[in-house]
Design a protein around this ligand. Structure first.
Ligand SMILES: Nc1ncnc2c1ncn2[C@@H]1O[C@H](COP(=O)(O)OP(=O)(O)O)[C@@H](O)[C@H]1O
Ligand SMILES: [Mg+2]
Length: 269
C-alpha cells in the first residue's frame, strides 16, 4: 500500500514537472510574441513617420528647384549672373536645407533607442508631434485645436509616448479623410487630475464602429481601411499601461472618437 502511494506521488511529481515546463514554454512564447508585435508596430509607425517626412520635404525640394532655375537659365544663355542674386539664392538655400535637416532630427529623436525614463513637459512634447504631423493635416484641411488647461510634467519614456500620440492622431486623420468629413477637426486637451497628467484627443469623424469598442486595443484588429495593420493601438496600450504605469481608454463622444491617456507624474520608480 505504501509503495503504491509512493509510486503515485512520484508519478504526480513527474506530471507536475512536465506541466511546469509546459507553462514556462508558453510564457516564453508569449513574451516572444509580444516582442515581435512591438517591433512590427514600431516599423509601422516609422513607415507613417517617413510618409510625413516625404510630405514635409516635397515643398522645400520644389523651392530649391525653382530657386536656381533662373540662374541656370542665365548661365546657359551666357548672360551675366550678378553676385547679389547668387548670394541671395545661396542664403535661401541654406534656410531651406536647415529646415529639412531639422525635420530629420525631430524624426531621429522620436525613435532614438533612449529607453531611460525621464521627466518631460507634456505640451512641449505635443507641440513637437504636431509639428511633424502638421503638413499631412494641412493637406487634408484638418483643423487642429490644442487646449492647455494645465501643463503637467510626465515621468516616462518620451519617444514612446510620442509614438502613442502619433498613432492616435494619424488614426483620426485617416478616418476624417476616409469618411470625407465636413469641417474635419482634431482637438487635443492637456490637463491634470490629482497626480496624473491627462491628454484627451477627440475627433469629429463619427466614432469607432465596432460592437465592442475596446477590441481596437487588441493586436491585428483593423477595419474600414484598406492598409491597416491593427497594431498601432495595441502598441499604444502596451506603452502607456505596461511601460508607463498609466491608463488609456476610448469612448465614442457626440461627434467622434475620444481617447483619454492618463500617466502618473513624477514617479520615482
Ligand atoms: N479616431 C478613430 N475613429 C474611428 N475609428 C478609429 C479611430 N481610431 C481607430 N479606429 C479604428 O480602430 C482600428 C484599429 O486602429 P489601429 O490599432 O491603429 O490599427 P490600424 O490603424 O492599422 O487599422 C482602426 O482600423 C479603425 O477602424
Ligand atoms: Mg493606426
Amino acid at each position: 500500500m505504501r509503495q503504491t502511494n509512493l509510486n503515485d506521488f512520484i508519478k504526480l511529481e513527474e506530471e507536475n514537472k512536465k506541466l511546469e515546463y509546459k507553462i514556462e514554454e508558453e510564457v516564453k512564447k508569449n513574451v516572444q510574441k509580444e516582442k515581435v508585435l512591438l517591433e512590427q508596430s514600431k516599423l509601422a509607425s516609422m513607415g507613417e513617420m517617413l510618409c510625413s517626412i516625404s510630405h514635409q520635404w516635397r515643398q522645400p525640394l520644389m523651392e530649391i528647384n525653382s530657386l536656381f532655375m533662373p540662374i541656370e537659365a542665365k548661365v546657359k544663355l551666357e548672360n551675366s549672373v550678378n553676385k547679389k542674386e547668387l548670394l541671395a539664392a545661396i542664403t535661401k538655400l541654406n534656410e531651406i536645407t536647415t529646415y529639412m535637416s531639422n525635420t530629420i532630427n525631430d524624426f531621429r529623436n522620436f525613435f532614438s533607442e533612449n529607453k531611460q525614463k525621464q521627466k518631460f513637459n507634456l505640451s512641449t512634447q505635443i507641440n513637437a508631434v504636431v509639428n511633424i504631423l502638421s503638413t499631412s493635416l494641412k493637406e487634408n484641411n484638418i483643423k487642429l485645436e490644442i487646449v492647455v488647461k494645465k501643463n503637467p510634467e510626465v515621468y516616462g519614456l518620451k519617444s514612446e509616448y510620442s509614438q502613442v500620440l502619433i498613432n492616435i492622431v494619424n488614426n483620426a486623420r485617416e478616418m476624417l479623410v476616409l469618411r470625407k468629413i465636413d469641417k474635419p477637426l482634431i482637438k487635443i486637451t492637456i490637463d491634470k487630475q490629482e497626480d496624473n497628467a491627462v491628454v484627451l484627443i477627440e475627433d469629429n469623424a463619427g466614432g469607432i464602429k465596432t460592437k465592442n469598442i475596446n477590441d481596437i486595443f487588441k493586436p491585428f484588429v483593423t477595419f474600414e481601411k484598406s492598409n491597416g495593420t491593427g497594431v498601432g493601438l495595441f502598441m499604444s496600450k502596451v506603452i502607456i499601461e505596461k511601460n508607463m504605469d498609466g491608463n488609456i481608454e476610448v469612448q465614442n463622444s457626440k461627434n467622434g472618437a475620444l481617447f483619454e491617456i492618463l500617466t502618473p507624474q513624477n514617479l520615482t520608480k
